[in-house]
Design a protein around this ligand. Structure first.
Ligand code: C2E
Ligand code: MG
Ligand code: MG
Ligand code: MG
Length: 287
């Protein structure tokens, strides 16, 4: 009886392992077509500047709904794209679409930025900055309206020679770099901040402990960022209480479900909600 149970468990484990492998294979195989026919699309989540009362910009987030495989989350397909080098084509698509969208948002009195996530593999390509420059030229977006989000792994020792020239070329053409998921990596602060970054985005994992350890991370980050003249964005802000605590700590830029979820159309999805919902909330929580 015990033996049979044990064997059953092993079989179950093997089955689920096989299923995971098959899923990875299916996702990986479907990616090129999804990129080619632009089945892979972008949603945009607003980043709100409470000091100016304006939308600072939108983060472009990849979304994929496959006819057979169903909805595939970026946390699943981005790592697969990275391992298979399909992240290069995916990254180009995301950049092109994101820049084109930002041109559409731009009016004579408002030029919101588009924040595009970029993988370390893209930055390691020797022609990455050139590709970005080309896309800016093709879409007509001002370089100052493009922000590239990279994680701390970009600044890790092993990669740095390959990425440094990309980082410097991007800076030369006027595109800014932001450190995403700040506080979750293992790099030292001084090392990270020795690179020309325009902003850090504090990881959403700190938002649930703003009255404790998360708050300590936010406060020290704001202090260092101010000294260096860089901006601080908080991501994953879900409640009015979190927004109030963050603004009291000196954070100006907010992103999270409280301010707006990612949506297919930036302009139609958020502007109304922000203008009608944020104002009363701002006064209610005594910013
Ligand atoms: P990220 O760049 O840190 O993006 C923020 C993630 O947090 C997004 O998940 C967003 O939908 C989610 N989020 C936003 N507000 C809240 C909130 O208030 N609460 C919670 N719990 N979550 C919130 P998403 O869209 O699933 O993307 C996951 C990750 O996949 C991104 O993390 C990014 O690292 C990666 N990713 C997404 N699109 C792209 C892309 O086009 N290129 C690359 N290289 N990576 C991408
Ligand atoms: Mg990001
Ligand atoms: Mg993040
Ligand atoms: Mg992330």
């Amino acid at each position: 009886e015990a033996k049979r149970q044990g064997r059953g468990k092993v079989l179950t484990f093997r089955d689920s392992y096989a299923a995971t492998q098959k899923r990875r294979f299916d996702v990986s195989r479907a990616l090129p077509e999804a990129i080619r026919v632009e089945e892979l699309v972008l949603h945009y989540q607003p980043i709100f500047n409470w000091r100016t009362g304006h939308i600072h910009g939108y983060e472009a987030l990849a979304r994929w709904n496959h006819p057979k495989l169903g909805t595939i989350n970026p946390d699943e397909f981005i790592p697969i794209a990275e391992e298979t080098d399909r992240i290069i084509a995916l990254g180009d698509l995301v950049l092109r679409r994101g820049c084109a969208a930002a041109v559409e948002w731009t009016t004579s009195d408002h030029a919101p930025i588009v924040a595009v996530n970029v993988s370390v593999k893209q930055l390691r390509e020797s022609d990455f900055a050139l590709r970005v420059a080309k896309i800016l030229a093709q879409t007509g977006l001002a370089a100052g309206q493009l922000e590239l989000e990279v994680t701390e792994s970009v600044f890790a020792e092993d990669y740095i020679d390959a990425t440094r020239s990309s980082i410097e070329s991007l800076r030369a053409i006027g595109v800014s770099l932001l450190i995403d998921d700040f506080g979750t990596g293992y790099s030292s602060l001084s090392r990270l901040l020795s690179f020309p970054v325009a902003a850090v985005k504090i990881d959403k994992s700190f938002m649930s402990t703003l009255d404790g350890s998360g708050g300590a991370v936010v406060e020290s980050t704001v202090l260092i960022a101010r000294r260096l003249g860089i901006s601080v964005v908080a991501e994953g802000v879900e409640t009015a209480e979190q927004a109030a605590l963050l603004s009291a700590m000196g954070v100006d830029l907010f992103q999270g479900y409280y301010f707006g979820r990612p949506s297919a159309s930036a302009l139609k999805g958020h502007d109304m909600r922000l203008s009608t919902a944020i104002e009363p909330r701002r006064s209610a929580i005594r910013w």
